[in-house]
Design a protein around this ligand. Sequence first.
Ligand code: MTE
Length: 446
Amino acid sequence: MAENPGMPVRPSGRLLRAPEHFLSPAQIAEVTAGRRGFLRGAFAAALAGTGGVAAAQGTGDANILELPAHTKGLGQPVATHGYGQPSQYERNLQRRESPGLTRVSAASVSFAPLQGMFGIITPNGLHFERHHQGWWDIDPSKHRLMINGLVKNPLVFTMDDLMRLPSVSRMHFIECGANTGMEWGNVAVPTVQYTHGMLSCCEFTGVALSTLLDMAGYDKKAGKYILVEGADGSSMTRTVAMERALDDCMVAYAMNGEMLRPENGYPLRMVAPGIQGVSWVKWLRRIEVGDMPYGTKDETLHYVDLMPDGLHRQYTSIQECKSVITSPSGGQTLLDKGFHNITGLAWSGRGKIRRVDVSTDGGRNWRTAKLESPILSKCLTRFNFGWVWDGGPAILQSRAIDDTGYVQPKINQLRAVRGTRSIYHNNAIQSWRVAEGGEVSNVQVY
Ligand code: MTE
């Protein structure tokens, strides 16, 4: 489809204006002069209760009164080749690197734009990325998965071998243990893309790890742990307890109905539901069965919790119950007082979400939000909450409770246990301040 440089670009937030530093000057002018004005008008019409037609007649809206070219001419033909792309008006919704983080060669992270996404599934082109030594597009015909260690029959699988086996498909979230890490030390990054965007949720398809371990004849007595190893230059290796490996882990080759994307581990990755993202080893090439935790570099130095006394907790693997309001959120601007739908995501590495409460006054009063289906174990759950904004200052928060009864903590409760120098596993309640003008920003409420 032809580019139309004169058209306004939908900002990376829904209904709301995006932070200006994400847009080029030309885009800023387009968005502020055109798009925002249009939305204000549309919202006023909805409030008047008579619908958009009456308002449009009143203002002589050319978009109603004149027939646009697309109702009179011939549209574009069906795609004969290539991979389908989103509308040109959606091109501002992208993965982005945080302005607050320094890239170390190819070792980097790009954050998912949670503020502009709907439902619970992350489109493959918006899935966050975290790789320690860059990504590779590995030839699947040469890729192998080896299973060795405490097994009767060490095995090597080709991709063809794996794809012949019984397959399973399940929806799960993946969250990097470092997600929301910059909030520990009070450094408030501006938008939900950077506070919480190391989070995605997909339908994964692959082979249950229990199937492969059974085929290899793992030692049921001594085999207490597995080590999963990636084929990239980071020598990424992680220990997973056998109990969890047999429960719901899988080796996945597909995500959201198509083969994995190269940056997400094509052609094979570990899916470890509920466990922090680092254990979802990409470009998976080896699984070793062992009798004790392996204590590799990526589990002793990194992705562990630094406690106030300067010591690390030995292992933390589960992503505890957490939630965040994705809209309205930092960097967006409310269009007008009146009705707004507060929406967000909740998840728990221990099971299902039981309830989400929302506060609009900084935690003094809480009301229960509506959970949208499906509500699945170790999967994102979408919540919605209707709010009538009176135009005054407000502080929006969400608090999730999972089916074990665990309640998402406040940041000061977490800091009381973990101090302020941690990086990982921050599942605190997130607060967004709404100013009188409607601007939304990141704040911390104790
Ligand atoms: N696997 C390998 N082989 N190399 C890596 O750098 N990064 C890990 C994990 N698996 C990584 C890896 C980290 S830290 C995270 S959070 C997740 O992959 C990110 O997965 P994604 O890039 O698909 O979002």
